[in-house]
Design a protein around this ligand. Structure first.
Ligand code: ATP
Ligand code: MG
Length: 390
């Protein structure tokens, strides 16, 4: 059928033509934003899920909702070499600029930039070459050298300026599992201080289930501050709607058997649904129905697309040792696996392959659901590895 009108959108962070099955999360953020706007407590939100379940897409929706309430939104995607204090300063700088746009220079805004300058000096950060030049720093604020306190100092400035302007601020942090444990802890403790001030400031994060367990004090804060929401594959009815609704809007009907076949092959995973939907649409002769045989023909094409894109990018940069570990995992099935069993399949001891296992977790390819257990972060990755490497 007409490829130009094909509605499906497989791709990292690509907004789906129909966002299904996430109503509860959307409602939760809407309520949280409104509550914070009234000076009431609301938890920040942490979305947790495997690759391709729709975390980034949902974070983007959160941003739209916040903006709908006139909030300022800033976003970063963490990487394994993120310079955390610098990244936080950048978010704060941009938020302050947005909050100050079109405002007469007022004491409150100048002070907030001054506190940012104190933070930049204390943490030896470049000043961004712009806004704080020529401003006085505000000694004693956000410059203790203790990251938790200094972040709290920055966030409070942002929150107070937002409140003065009658708006709020949302920071979204994607791939949050890449934050080092101490940085995640500092973020949590910093946020905790802001929440005590009842300011309209909120963080929404998204990450893999490998999101490191927070240690000690930060953990008890985290449990009170964040709602941890696990995103999973879609229920059958939702998955059907993810495929059928966008087609209906174009006057195209999916035969129920075609839906069953596609949803089954995709196991309800959002990324796979988009890919199977896209290929089925392109291959179907039409004029107005997608049939089961169209889906049958599309499946190998869609799988090939996934193999050369979605799956392969994960393994491309993995050194040989890590690849061998992934192959050993896949030889055992879909997982989760006992770490000892994987080591055994490689003819090694758990201790010998420990560093490889840790590297795979750090890279975000695997996570440990509990002690001594290892699993893929990418759905159906075992099948890919067996197709391509065994
Ligand atoms: N609720 C949904 N309904 C239908 N399609 C969805 C839904 N959520 C996401 N998708 C589709 O799934 C794909 C993956 O979404 P997204 O990039 O947000 O996943 P992710 O969880 O961030 O993955 P990763 O861990 O790889 O970053 C996109 O093509 C998107 O359009
Ligand atoms: Mg993502």
């Amino acid at each position: 059928m007409d490829q130009v009108r094909n509605p499906y959108s497989p791709g990292a962070g690509s907004p789906p033509p129909a966002l299904v099955g996430r109503d509860a999360e959307l409602e939760a953020i809407d309520i949280a934003v409104q509550r914070l706007g009234l000076g009431r407590f609301a938890r920040s939100i942490m979305l947790i899920g495997l690759r391709g379940v729709g975390k980034t897409v949902l974070l983007r929706e959160f941003a739209q909702i916040a903006k709908g309430h006139d909030w300022v939104h800033q976003h970063i995607e963490a990487t394994d070499d993120l310079r955390f204090p610098e990244a936080m300063a950048m978010l704060v700088r941009r938020a302050l600029l947005r909050l100050s746009a079109g405002q007469r220079p007022a004491d409150r805004g100048r002070r907030a930039f001054g506190v940012l300058k104190s933070f930049q000096i204390r943490w030896k950060l470049p000043d961004g070459g712009d806004v704080t030049v020529g401003l006085d720093s505000v000694p004693g604020h956000a410059d203790s050298g203790i990251l938790d306190d200094d972040l709290a100092g920055l966030f409070i400035e942002v929150g107070e300026l937002a409140r003065d302007r009658g708006v709020g601020v949302l920071f979204t942090i994607d791939e949050i599992q890449y934050l080092e444990r101490e940085h995640l802890a500092a973020l949590t403790v910093g946020l905790h201080r802001v929440s005590q001030e009842q300011l309209p400031f909120m963080v929404a994060g998204a990450g893999l289930p490998s999101l490191p367990a927070l240690a000690g004090e930060a953990k008890s804060y985290a449990e009170r501050l964040f709602t941890f929401t696990e995103l999973d594959s879609l229920e059958a009815a939702e998955a059907n709607a993810a495929l059928a609704t966008p087609a209906e809007a174009e006057g195209i009907r999916w035969h129920p058997d075609a839906l069953d076949r596609a949803v089954g092959a995709a196991e309800g995973y959002p990324y796979f649904l988009q890919e199977f939907g896209k290929q089925a649409w392109d291959l179907a002769p039409g004029p107005d129905t997608i049939s089961e045989s169209d889906v049958e023909a599309a499946i190998p094409v869609a799988i090939d697309r996934l193999d050369t894109g979605f799956f392969r990018v994960r393994i491309d940069r993995a050194p040989n040792g890590e690849r061998a570990y992934l192959i050993a995992m896949a030889s055992l099935g879909a997982g989760p696996f006992g770490s000892g069993d994987v080591a055994g399949a490689m003819g090694k001891t758990t201790t010998q392959v420990g560093p490889i296992r840790d590297a795979l977790i750090k890279r975000g390819l695997c996570y440990s659901p509990r002690y001594g257990v290892i699993a893929f972060t990418v759905p159906m990755f075992d099948e890919f590895v067996r197709r391509r490497f065994v």
